[in-house]
Design a protein around this ligand. Sequence first.
Ligand SMILES: [Zn+2]
Length: 163
Amino acid sequence: MPDWITHIAVAYILCTLLGIRYKQFNTANTVLVLVGAVIPDAVKVGMIFDLFGFGIWEYIWPLHLPIGSLITTTIIALLFKEKKSAFLFLLLGVATHFGLDLLLKNVAGGIILFYPFYWGSWQLGLVATDDYIITIISLVLALVAYLISRRYGKFKDKNEDVN
Ligand SMILES: [Zn+2]
């Protein structure tokens, strides 16, 4: 299940619904959360290297651990003027990613959440990795969240448009 589409859709749903109430979840910060939601899967760049015959998985697998994602998030946040804010929104996206990944029934074991302090892995085993019904449901819910925000949101970027 949690492919990039699902990760992005769920992060979008969260930000869109929070954006109705909190103006901090404007479009720019929502994009940061969406980017954060796929940061752990930066590890999948290994698939590109596989095409060219280079096996780099052993070197990059920590990217898909909370500690690796935290380091990646910190590096990306340094590129922004408002580093702390960017870091927190990216981190929220990363949290949604691991929240979804924990739902998976993973044949390779779960997520080593507390590496390097503890090597135990966790998974809830609720959803098969190839279950695309969740993807479809998340897309439908994202559309519903969008429609709700258009109806009840106070057009959260109104102030930005004026400036
Ligand atoms: Zn993942």
